[in-house]
Design a protein around this ligand. Sequence first.
Ligand code: PLP
Length: 402
Amino acid sequence: MTREVYFDNNATTRVLPEVAEAMLPYLTEFYGNPSSIHRFGSQVGDKISEARAQVAALIGAADPVELIFTSSGTEGDNAAIRGMLEARRDKRHIVTTQVEHSAVLGLCRHLEKKGYRVTWLGVNENGALDLEELRAALTEDTALVSIMWANNETGVIFPIEQIGAVVRSKGIPFHVDAVQAAGKIPIHVKDLPVDLLTISAHKFYAPKGIGALYVRRGLTFPPFMIGGHQERNRRAGTENVASIVGMGKAAEIALDRLAEDPARIGKLRDLLEDLLLDSCPGSRVNGRGEARLTNTSNISFRYLEGESILVLLDQQGICASTGSACTAGSSEPSHVLRAMKVPNDWLQGAVRFSLGRFNTEEEVRFVNQTVPSIVQRLEGLSALGKLGEQQGRRASTAGARG
Ligand code: PLP
């Protein structure tokens, strides 16, 4: 059996055994609907309140009622942005960045087609934002600003407190997509100039399909899902009880381990980068000059295709990702790396390694033993391909002449 090395924790994480264990009774035994008056309902309702408090603690919210459980990070992002547009209907302008996850990017592109004006803030070569560009973008017509905390492809961390101060000085609501940040860096939202903040449980060892949106107390927030009275009328639909319980447990564990895990994982990530930069001469780390999540490494291999590297890595049991979107079979270069003006030679050959709690130094060393031979093999093929192309061109020119 081939071994498996999972270095794709920004895509999703394994559910912790403690989390699965906490969830199970809420599928088998306490299966009531929390809205029911009888005991089955109240047992479950109390557990949801406990989970809400656990999630509130992870992001440092002042009051658990500021949290609304959602079906995903994507839903949180959509609810926040659409909610602010609905609450401020006279305003038609949104400010966001060029490097957002598709949950924000795709929605803002859609809204642009619907007649909203969107300012897409750029980043520099390291992936950093320019606060002056942000300040200049804000107008009387700006309905909201939506900016991610940590980038899913590069791990680059934006200075949310400073960004929030600029946005708040203009009285504009500020939404933060903290899907990659939660559980990886400390968050104290109550002390920050942030009005809405999205998180997603499957990025911190809980199941997929459950997330939460923080809505600062006092902010007008029209509901996104309309129907029953769940979530204080802010998100209708019978609660995903077992997953909420799992998210609460995972949040509690993530908070407990925040002082320890990111530092340990960071040492592994740094080791991986040092080893790979050394063993693969045509490689570079994208975003290395900025503050980054300690688990994420985005490495470009010059002249190569990231997807070819991934396929060969997968054959050796190593799971990573490119972070780039795949459209109809043709691979598009990453919009994040393009925004960072990564030169063409490096643009297609990006691989994202994202480490997690279960990874070991031995795995890092195994990856470092495997990657260089894959890179050499692909470099050989790409050199052959180039040679073939040149010969083909010569032959066809000769044919034309003849
Ligand atoms: N925002 C960011 C930064 C993400 O990385 C992701 C998922 O990868 C999302 C939003 C979407 O979250 P979900 O997968 O829960 O819909």
